[in-house]
Design a protein around this ligand. Structure first.
Ligand SMILES: Nc1ncnc2c1ncn2[C@@H]1O[C@H](COP(=O)(O)OP(=O)(O)OP(=O)(O)O)[C@@H](O)[C@H]1O
Ligand SMILES: [Mg+2]
Length: 318
């Protein structure tokens, strides 16, 4: 496994006490696989990924029965060693490429610096050649010229490609793409997602693709993980989960998808009533119960345990 997570809990300081915000999540990412992560805003998707990158805010506490990236125990990584993990095993691209690029430095300067960090032994010429190769890999034409461009001279899609090139510099086994296309228009979004899909095939890289949009995940991911208020409520192969969702929350997310597969024309879009409870709030029963149409007494009283089949599971009483 590239990423192997068992019973990961993340606690944040609230005043003088630590409260869990991500509760006992377990998941794995296989080599070359795209794991799609969905869930409404505030469900803990980003926090979970930031833990894999060692980028949680100071004061956060991470515990797990297993938390391993390419066999390395992430719980044992010290503050000084995280840059090495990020520079060799895992890289991340963010929602807004423009804010992640330094506006006052050319793409070349920034990309060549990523190359230098990844391969300190390369000489100046070789670094530049590798930077050009990376830009070509992400589909940026006239790469040698582009090295001289400043971020503001690039379109949003082009800037995201440049960010992906920087992420690839270290040949990561795992690329975490957190809402990589939310800031882009629909055509460019498809191009970037196609690019990620091609890169994982060509490079055998695994991808965690985080999105609000279950439609995007449906199209690109091999497996899906549905998060709700700091927990994983359902996970499994993409076809199985989207065609026969078991958790009422997964069903609701699928029903709120515009143009959803199999929907009759003019079927009204469903919105999920109510709101995600604050992630740090302690709740006795199922965290989704207050919004669930099918909730029974037991749902309010005690948390559901996960029911497993071969390669999927769901956390629901019903
Ligand atoms: N440093 C922090 N201290 C305390 N609480 C935090 C901190 N960072 C995030 N949170 C809480 O954790 C919640 C979940 O955050 P997270 O960013 O993981 O959500 P998300 O699922 O990625 O949402 P979105 O889809 O909006 O990106 C936030 O809504 C916030 O309440
Ligand atoms: Mg997020």
């Amino acid at each position: 496994m590239i990423l192997d997570v068992d019973n990961l809990t993340i606690r944040f300081p609230f005043g003088r006490e630590l409260r869990p915000v991500v509760r006992g999540v377990s998941f794995q990412v296989a080599p070359g696989e795209i794991l799609g992560v969905v869930g409404e805003s505030g469900c803990g998707k980003s926090i979970t990924n930031l833990a894999v990158l060692g980028l949680l805010p100071p004061g956060a506490q991470v515990t797990a029965d297993r938390f391993a990236l390419c066999g390395q125990d992430l719980l044992a990584v010290g503050r000084r060693d995280w840059p090495t993990v990020r520079g060799s095993k895992v890289a991340m691209i963010f929602q807004n490429p423009m804010s992640a690029l330094n506006p006052s430095l050319t793409i070349g300067t920034q990309l060549i610096e990523s190359v230098r960090k990844a391969d300190p032994a390369l000489g100046r010429r070789q670094r530049e050649a590798r930077a050009i190769e990376l830009l070509e890999q992400v589909g940026i034409g006239a790469a040698a010229l582009r090295l001289k461009s400043y971020p503001h001279e690039l379109s949003g899609g082009m800037a995201q490609r440049a960010m992906i090139a920087m992420a690839l510099a270290s040949r990561p086994a795992l690329l975490i793409a957190d809402e990589p296309t939310t800031a882009l228009d629909v055509t460019i979004q498809a191009q970037i997602l196609d690019l990620l899909d091609r890169l994982r095939r060509d490079n055998g890289m695994s991808v965690i693709l985080v999105s609000h949009d279950i439609g995007v995940v449906q199209q690109y991911a091999d497996r899906i993980q549905v998060m709700y208020s700091g927990e994983i409520v359902e996970t499994g192969p993409i076809g199985q989960v989207t065609q026969t969702p078991s958790h009422p929350y997964t069903r609701a997310l699928l029903q709120s998808l515009p143009g959803r597969v199999g929907a009759r024309p003019k079927t009204p879009l469903v919105t999920i009533r109510g709101m995600v409870p604050p992630i740090e709030l302690a709740i006795e029963g199922c965290r989704f119960a207050s919004r669930c149409d099918r909730a029974e007494a037991q749902c309010q009283d005690r948390p559901p345990v996960a029911r497993r089949t071969a390669d999927s599971w769901v956390r629901c009483h019903l």
